[in-house]
Design a protein around this ligand. Structure first.
Ligand SMILES: [Zn+2]
Length: 395
């Protein structure tokens, strides 16, 4: 296959990301799941807090010392956890042996399908840093040929991993259900495609698939500086999407399509000078027709002063679309993800001013609207979280 590989440590690898918060476990722990749930609590503590004693683990998880010791022995047997020696503090009582998660012993394969031109993938460390990259041109392919291209890219990445891979995480545009079925992704020509199941069978490792904007929101929540008090991450690329995290959990919605704000009508022809442009969804005047990167680039190609005025007018439309969402959910942060030269200026300032003007002071006054804190690899880091969460219960 024709894949490109970045070489040199600066191009290929990133630094480990700081892990901020834990997601709330979304599935209720049933009695038969008790052991798996307890195991996830122990792993999650070690992942987020770092090396700890068995007594620390018992205290933070609420489990008994006996249960914790049993779980730690099991995890050491699997190679996920190791003993790190005696704690050097001069505390009263018996010195404690520390145990830690062997984050360097395993890797994850992450793939970002957001770009319409190339499929991007990477071998990732468990703390969200890029170890090796591969990408492959899509060449306009959709449907089955696009699945085959993705399958080959995953194989290439699995070969490139230097450690055992615990799973593959894929961030895809479109509406995707929790089982990894692509309900619809019009740009890839995928409808009702059981992508996770199919790739799991083909690759022989567990594969997790989620919507790209949701994946980005997971990354901002886990590795970024979102406040954790209700966040919407608006992703601006070929299209416009959003991921919403409320009370420590992703909001999925009835059709797994929560956050699909790109196709909310913002230009309806009632304002003089604003003409609704046709949208890929078949309607006209959607947010995506003014806010997508191609639409913005086209509009700012001319005079800089007119460009700034145009960006501000798009920011206002974004603010109008977001105000009811921010109010209904009482969100604390709006993060923008996309090219900063287009988003981080008149567009962002105008969107924030519009949001403040259109929401109650109690909601709008303390509202933050800023660029996301993660770089272009944020979606790959989010795909890593999909695997950690799906395979280890660590989020
Ligand atoms: Zn549309």
């Amino acid at each position: 296959m024709t894949s490109t590989t970045s070489t040199g440590p600066a191009a290929a690898t990133g630094t480990a990301r700081r892990v901020g918060r834990m997601l709330r476990p979304t599935a209720k722990a049933l009695p038969e799941h008790g052991r798996a749930h307890n195991r996830s609590m122990v792993l999650a503590h070690l992942f987020h807090v770092g090396p700890s004693s068995r007594a620390d683990l018992a205290r933070s998880t609420g489990l008994t010392r006996v249960t914790v010791s049993g779980l730690v022995s099991e995890l050491i047997g699997e190679g996920l956890v190791e003993e790190l020696g005696i704690r050097a503090e001069g505390k009263v009582g018996k010195p404690a042996t520390l145990v830690g998660m062997r984050t360097e012993a395993y890797q994850v394969v992450a793939v970002d399908l957001t770009d319409d031109l190339r499929l991007h993938g990477a071998v990732m460390s468990l703390d969200g840093a890029v170890v090796a990259r591969r990408s492959v041109p899509l060449d306009g392919q959709t449907g089955e040929p696009a699945v085959e291209l993705l399958d080959a890219l995953c194989r290439d990445l699995l070969d490139a991993a230097q450690r055992p891979v615990i799973g593959v995480g894929i961030a895809s545009p479109g509406v995707i259900d929790p089982a990894g079925v692509v309900v619809q992704a019009p740009n890839r020509g995928w409808y009702g495609l059981p992508l996770a199941e199919r790739l799991t069978a083909s690759l022989g490792v567990p594969v997790h698939v989620a919507n790209d904007a949701n994946t980005r929101a997971l990354a901002e929540f886990t590795y970024g500086d979102a406040s954790g008090k209700g966040t919407i991450v608006v992703t601006v690329g070929q299209g416009v999407g959003a991921g919403i995290v409320v009370d420590g959990a992703l909001v999925l919605g009835r059709h797994h399509a929560a956050g699909e704000i790109g196709h909310v009508t913002v230009v309806d022809g009632t304002v003089p000078g604003q003409v609704p442009a046709p949208c890929a969804c078949g309607r006209a005047g959607c947010l995506e027709t003014v806010l997508s990167v191609p639409a913005l680039r086209l509009a700012v190609a001319g005079d800089p002063q007119e460009s700034d005025a145009h960006l501000a007018s798009v920011g206002r439309l974004l603010g109008i679309a977001l105000a009811p969402v921010v109010s209904a959910l009482d969100l604390a942060d709006v993060l923008l993800s996309g090219p900063p030269e287009l988003l981080d200026g008149p567009l962002r300032e105008s969107a924030l001013a519009t949001l403040r003007a259109r929401t109650m002071p109690v909601i709008g006054d303390g509202l933050a609207l800023r660029m996301g804190s993660l770089d272009e690899d944020g979606t790959l880091a989010g795909a890593t979280v999909l695997v950690l969460s799906g395979q280890l219960g660590v989020t």
